[in-house]
Design a protein around this ligand. Structure first.
Ligand SMILES: [Zn+2]
Length: 259
């Protein structure tokens, strides 16, 4: 890749046992179901053991999911979007690892499936990104003048299901939200998801995880934040999702990688 001034830009590379992930992805049809849950609740929390995977499925229509992940034994180790941008970039799809906070600074989960067919466009927007944070009461007051139940409250509820407080909420990933950063202004752009009914994304747990999922009140996603809630409630539908925990029968690779 060449920059406009003629200099060459290179992307940092980090060690990855690619054959391990190729084998893991190739064995997906042998995964066994541990649990299957349908939730149309606004927030949902669950545990995933290291070596298990979890799948989030659009049962009726696309639904923005803000998802927090943390170490089940030490939730102060959690997904870290700053490190993610440096190491992997802002997009999430099959093959992208999700990185956690220092001092361990290691992959905590890896995306092993993503069925969304991206509608390519000049803005570079696509589903699933790593930098969007989550909507919160202050944001809704600023945009819509109301405070119903934003992602912050949903994530709080999901973690409460696991006995964790709101202090476990940190950086999150934004799944089934289509977006990008404008390269010139740096401002975030969002638009309607490309996902269809039945689309799913799947993550392999590199460590024992606690996961909190928010079904965002912005539904399938657009920049119509201001219009999507009113004093009387949501004006856009919030769609149910499937949460499936799977046993992969594959232990995570050692970290740091062995030479
Ligand atoms: Zn939200």
């Amino acid at each position: 890749m060449s920059a406009a001034d003629g200099s060459t830009l290179t992307r940092a590379t980090y060690p990855i046992d690619q054959p391990f992930y190729d084998r893991l992805i190739g064995s997906r049809d042998q995964f066994t179901v541990v649990s299957e849950t349908v939730t149309d609740h606004t927030g949902y929390g669950f545990r995933v053991a290291a070596g298990q995977a979890f799948r989030l499925t659009m049962l009726e229509a696309p639904q923005i999911l803000d998802v927090c992940m943390a170490n089940a034994d030490d939730p102060t180790e959690h997904f870290f979007s700053g490190a993610q941008m440096t190491i992997e970039g802002g997009k999430i799809t099959r093959g992208i690892r999700l990185w956690g906070t220092p001092p361990r600074s290691r992959p905590i989960a890896t995306c092993i499936a993503d069925s969304v067919r991206v509608q390519e466009n000049v803005r570079g927007t696509r589903d699933h990104f790593a930098y969007g944070a989550h909507c919160n009461p202050h944001l809704w007051h600023l945009h819509a003048g109301v405070h119903h139940r934003p992602c912050y409250d949903n994530l709080r509820y999901g973690y409460a299901m696991l006995g964790l407080s709101q202090h476990a909420i940190h950086d999150n990933v934004n799944l089934f939200q289509k977006g990008a950063y404008d390269p010139y202004t740096g401002s975030a752009m969002v638009e309607e998801s490309d996902a269809r009914r039945g689309d799913h994304i799947e993550f392999y747990a590199e460590i024992d995880l606690v996961v909190s999922v928010s079904l965002c009140p912005n539904g399938s996603g657009s920049d119509g934040l201001r219009e999507s809630w009113s004093e009387s409630g949501p004006l856009v539908p919030v769609h149910p999702i499937g949460v499936t925990v799977l046993d992969t029968a594959t232990r995570p690779p050692a970290w740091p990688p062995e030479e």
